[in-house]
Design a protein around this ligand. Structure first.
Ligand code: FEO
Length: 407
């Protein structure tokens, strides 16, 4: 008998997923605490597996299932999300376990066929459809673009458990399966990082879903995401955090992100940060030599000011700054205001290119970019301090005049 065990998360529901302790990279996202791929086994008259795991973890999932029931007895598999960290093991599960039926959303059927071919013979379900499992029913709710076109939620009414795929999840490998076993600070930080790096482009859809949830008539006791811990009677806090993340309200906080060749742009960044601090703005300082793009992205979410500094290298912005801005542009953050700065030797295109990225991201730039030739003088740094002061004051004025502040 395997030592790998399932973990009961509700009277009829078991966690049968896998722990990826060593995962450190997830399509551009630095996963410093690893991750889990959560699959759930519903032990009703129709034994149902909700999602699978990344392909190499098929054996781990199977052994955990076997600690509860013979895996060949699985009747149904529901694929809530076609991304391969949850569907990679699906073809093998279908081939070896031969479930009676496999279900996915309409878009899921197409996405899974595109990944694995038509042989899986998946049945499409849509919002409002119900699947009778015996003691309880599964209720399906499509959640398109949260965060793939196929994404879907499933609610098992007998145990009042919402299987939310990526939603409300986080990349966190750990020995504990329930949110209550981690500190709120850790949960908040990892949920925020997950939101900033995965869900942010679809923040308005998150707001729509949060607003729609009470009207769906789902009497939820438990939220079981596909990554990280399961939320029991404490799920209200992650719902509240999601509301705040999705609102993208500009905070009295600046992120100064930069890289440097010979220290000139670093000196500019410091002068700028000093000016911002003098204005009463909290500053997060991010040198791309030391910080990963996904951590910078987490800092940038909801920042009132994004100041981006680059040296010019061979007529271009610095590679690490280009990487950061390309990544950030895709995640479509809604930020209060931006500022481009940097140093150059003889041509100076880098700072202009930073400004173009900020424009492409629809981030207002109230001040002209700040460029310094070779090495900043004391007068240059004083000017930089004043840029920080001016930007900080402009942000405070904007926040004071915003409708949210007047509420
Ligand atoms: Fe966890 Fe969108 O996959």
């Amino acid at each position: 008998m395997s030592y790998l065990q399932a973990v009961r998360v509700a009277p009829r529901v078991w966690w049968v997923g896998a722990i990826d302790w060593n995962l450190r990279e997830f399509h551009g996202y630095r996963t410093g605490r690893g991750s889990t791929y959560n699959a759930f086994l519903v032990m009703d008259e129709k034994i149902t597996l909700i999602d699978t795991v990344k392909a190499p973890f098929y054996g781990e999932m199977l052994e955990r299932i076997a600690s509860v029931v013979d895996p060949a007895k699985i009747d149904y598999i529901v694929s809530n999300h076609a991304e391969m960290d949850h569907s990679g093991a699906l073809p093998r599960a279908v081939a070896e376990l031969q479930p009676e039926k496999v279900f996915a959303s309409t878009m899921g059927v197409k996405a899974l066929a595109a990944h694995f071919g038509d042989a899986l013979k998946i049945e499409a379900v849509k919002t409002g459809d119900q699947l009778n499992l015996g003691a309880g029913k599964l209720h399906f709710v499509e959640s398109r673009m949260l965060h793939w076109p196929d994404s879907m939620l499933s609610f098992y009414d007998a145990d009042k458990i919402l299987f939310s795929q990526d939603g409300f999840g986080m990349h966190l490998a750990g020995s504990a399966r329930f949110a209550a076993e981690y500190s709120d600070e850790l949960l908040h930080d990892e949920a925020k990082k997950y939101f900033a790096n995965i869900l942010l482009p679809y923040a308005p859809r998150v707001t729509e879903l949060l607003n729609a949830l009470p009207g769906l008539g789902l009497d939820i006791d438990i939220i079981a995401p596909d990554h990280g811990p399961v939320w029991r009677n404490d799920y209200a806090k992650v719902i509240q955090w999601y509301g705040e993340f999705a609102r993208q309200r500009a905070e009295a906080r600046a992120v100064v992100v930069y890289d440097t060749m010979w220290g000139s742009t670093a000196k500019q960044a410091t002068a700028l940060a000093d000016g911002l601090i003098a204005a009463g703005i909290k500053v997060d300082f991010a040198c791309l030599h030391q910080m990963d793009r996904s951590d910078v992205m987490t800092l940038a979410m909801n920042a009132g000011i994004l100041a981006v500094g680059t040296p010019t290298l061979n007529n271009n912005l610095y590679p690490s700054v280009a990487d950061m801005l390309t990544y950030m542009r895709g995640l479509k953050p809604k930020l209060g205001m931006g500022f481009a700065f940097g140093s150059f030797g003889w041509s100076g295109e880098g700072v202009k290119q930073v400004g173009e990225y900020l424009t492409a991201m629809k981030i207002e730039q109230p001040l002209a970019a700040w460029s310094v030739k070779y090495v900043p003088t004391a007068a240059d740094l004083t000017a930089g301090f004043n840029y920080g002061l001016e930007l900080g004051n402009a942000l405070l004025k904007t926040i004071a005049g915003s409708p949210a502040e007047k509420e």
